[in-house]
Write a new protein. Structure first.
Length: 390
């Protein structure tokens, strides 16, 4: 069985990380930051304990205050909204385009108001959102644009890598992201003032203790074992479900990125383009064989973008068909995912009628795996199963 999303990690990479944790080589952090800046094409990169830490630091660096309103898509990771609520911000949810899975520019234009202070622009599943439209609205209303590029490292918009196209952005190096260090994140920005302020905030955070760095090594070893299909089939029920809600404790975000994570991250970054090439190739196979199939809605990509397809989302006619398709794929050893089982407005008891596209997506969408461990026979099984049920 193959997982819905995974990044290959070798024993050699883990061994290098272990050696770094012993030698305490702090230059790895600076080197990794420089490599990310060069790859993204931005002036500044600041490594953080997690993607959530990166967003937390950015919001502090921009001086946003309690009760300020932040605009975000109705369909995205719940932990982001939890963090914002815990920080005291007011949330303004915007519906999505159901074929791009990204924020709707029309609905954004309707819901932006005098109380809005910032927009979180998410590149869902590695498919870049309409940054031009978002930035135009932000400029009209004097808003900060923060890119959530956690799922999209390496994707391009108008020939530029996503992440630092808005005012600032952030990446995540969690286990289900384009590259992984098990934990970790990064702030990217061309604004020297925000970079300096971010570093100042992080300077007060605690260093990870040796036991925490060693813990990452053991997590990496366990994660690496998931490459084995037999092992994953045996233990997949015990692997943390990505749909389980996670509590946010802000005090747990105030740690520094470690040199152990930097060692893994640098190797992973050197392989990112190849990882993404395979993801795109797998997505192209799925699109080519499913295009024109009645009852199967494929993702739409803006003409001026290059997505990385961290996952390949499709939307079917009904929720029951979606669930049946996922069940059949699982029996064939392919684990797909609904990713986000409910919309954010639903969690906060808001009127679902205002977010019709997001509500439809959570009922009818499933995301197919595209990661580098997917084989051609897996792709063929996906296509055959979908065509049989269409």
């Amino acid at each position: 069985m193959i997982p819905p999303v995974i990044v290959p990690i070798t024993i050699d990479e883990i061994f290098n990380a272990f050696k770094t944790s012993i030698t305490n080589n702090q230059t790895k952090i600076t080197e990794f930051e420089q490599n990310i800046s060069k790859y993204i094409g931005c002036k500044n990169c600041i490594l953080t304990y997690s993607g959530r830490t990166a967003l937390y630091v950015l919001l502090k660096a921009y001086g946003l205050k309690k009760n300020d309103e932040i605009i975000m898509p109705a369909y995205m990771c719940e932990t982001v909204s939890q963090l914002l609520v815990d920080m005291g911000f007011r949330l303004n949810f915007v519906d999505i385009e159901k074929d791009t899975y990204n924020i709707s520019i029309n609905d954004l234009n309707e819901k932006v108001n005098k109380n809005s202070r910032a927009i979180i622009a998410v590149h869902m599943f590695g498919n870049p959102c309409d940054m031009k439209g978002i930035i135009e609205i932000a400029n009209d209303h004097n808003l900060i644009v923060i890119e959530d590029a956690a799922q999209a490292m390496g994707a391009e918009y108008n020939g530029r890598k996503v992440g630092a196209i808005g005012d600032s952005g952030f990446f995540s190096f969690g286990r289900g992201k384009p590259i992984t260090a098990m934990e970790g994140g990064a702030i990217v920005t061309n604004d020297d003032r925000i970079a300096e302020k971010s570093r100042e905030i992080i300077s007060s955070f605690e260093k990870q203790k040796i036991k925490e760095r060693i813990s990452i090594i053991f997590k990496l070893l366990g994660y690496s074992s998931l490459r084995n299909r037999v092992i994953y089939r045996l233990i997949h029920k015990y692997v943390r479900n990505e749909n389980i809600r996670k509590d946010i404790n802000i005090s747990n975000l105030r740690f520094k990125f470690s040199h152990t994570q930097a060692s893994i991250g640098m190797i992973q970054l050197s392989k990112l383009d190849e990882f993404n090439r395979v993801r795109v190739e797998n997505a192209r196979f799925l699109r080519g064989h499913l295009k024109g199939t009645e009852g199967i809605n494929l993702p739409i990509v803006l003409s001026n973008t290059k997505p990385i397809y961290l996952r390949f989302p499709i939307r079917v006619d009904t929720e029951s068909k979606r669930d049946k398709l996922m069940s059949k794929l699982k029996k064939l050893g392919i684990e797909s995912s609904v990713v986000y089982p409910v919309t954010l407005p639903y969690i906060y008891s808001m009127n679902p009628d205002k977010y019709a596209n997001a509500e439809e997506v959570v009922r009818k969408m499933l995301a197919l795996p595209t990661h580098p461990l997917v084989r051609k026979e897996d792709l063929e099984k996906m296509v055959d199963t979908i065509l049989q049920l269409a």
